[in-house]
Ligand binder design. Structure first.
Ligand SMILES: NC(=O)c1ccc[n+]([C@@H]2O[C@H](COP(=O)([O-])OP(=O)(O)OC[C@H]3O[C@@H](n4cnc5c(N)ncnc54)[C@H](O)[C@@H]3O)[C@@H](O)[C@H]2O)c1
Length: 257
């Protein structure tokens, strides 16, 4: 196997889209390092994956030391870092002014930007530092970074100022990061999912799921985590995709609420 396609580091890898992608890649022979702040979920995932090709590292994506330690650990274990997939994120809702006229709490806004935007940049820059000194494959590639934004980065809904701004920031930094890293043979792309059927959503009553699906033009359902994983895998393997954000949303354009 091409060494650049042999190992993936996945933040937010202990849940939802990150974990689904880890499972998908592992089933295709890829080594996976799950980086997540939740040790309990991370350990459960490792038990469920039951493979010596999977490792968990407890990481807060906003913390430089945590991330350096985990990336180094993943490289020591598996040899190369081919893919860095940033999935860690939070999505708190808060209106600019609440119904009583009270201004939104600034600390919650800051935390959302910190985890979603700064965390994505922190992990990407440290992964790039490692990729930059790896041997290139026969396409001249040293690694691939894939970020996870959201269609809220384009059409944020009521209560999503912080989340939408953090995701718009990820979309905005995709091209400049791709340009920064192009001379090193490192590509950078972003996926902007719509409404995806992660386990949390799939555990909700069918009526709630139907409500969420009803605005999706076609197919009129939630996106499948495996559809996200398949797109990530394609971006990783397709050397000509660079500096782009791809929507994965069944044609959905978010209404105000
Ligand atoms: N599920 C959707 O419908 C959807 C839609 C659009 C975008 N997204 C984006 O996809 C990504 C994954 O979403 P999901 O639905 O799988 O969410 P999830 O809540 O299932 O998983 C997110 C993971 O990130 C981890 N995490 C949170 N803060 C962290 C930190 N500081 N350091 C390390 N790990 C941290 C959590 O522990 C969790 O395991 C998020 O960035 C989300 O914004 C999801």
């Amino acid at each position: 196997m091409d060494p650049i396609l042999s190992t993936a580091v996945i933040t937010g890898g202990a849940s939802g889209l990150g974990y689904a992608t880890a499972r998908y890649l592992l089933a295709r022979g890829v080594n996976v390092a799950l980086l997540d702040i939740s040790e309990e979920q991370g350990n459960q995932c490792i038990v469920a994956l039951d493979s010596d090709k999977a490792r968990f590292f407890k990481v807060d994506v906003t913390n430089e030391g945590d991330v350096k330690h985990a990336l180094q650990g993943a490289q020591n274990t598996f040899g190369q870092l081919g893919l860095c997939l940033n999935c860690a994120g939070i999505a708190p809702a808060m209106r600019t002014l609440d119904k009583g006229g009270q201004a939104a709490p600034l600390d919650k806004y800051r935390q959302t930007i910190d985890i979603n935007l700064l965390g994505t940049f922190n992990v990407s820059r440290l992964a790039a530092e490692i990729m930059a000194i790896q041997s290139p494959n026969n396409q001249g590639e040293r690694g691939v970074i894939i970020n996870t934004a959201s269609i809220a980065g384009y059409e944020g809904q009521i209560g999503q100022t912080a989340y939408a701004a953090s995701k718009a920031g990820i979309i905005g930094m995709t091209l400049p990061m791709a340009r920064d890293l192009a001379p090193l043979g490192i590509r950078v792309n972003t996926v902007a999912p719509g409404v995806m059927g992660t386990p949390l959503l799939l555990a909700m009553p069918q009526a709630v799921q139907d409500g969420l699906s009803s605005n999706v033009p076609f197919p009129q359902r939630l996106g499948l985590p495996d559809e996200f994983a398949a797109l990530v895998t394609h971006i990783w393997k397709n050397s000509y995709l660079n500096g782009e954000t791809i929507r994965l949303d069944g044609g959905l354009r978010m209404p105000p609420k």
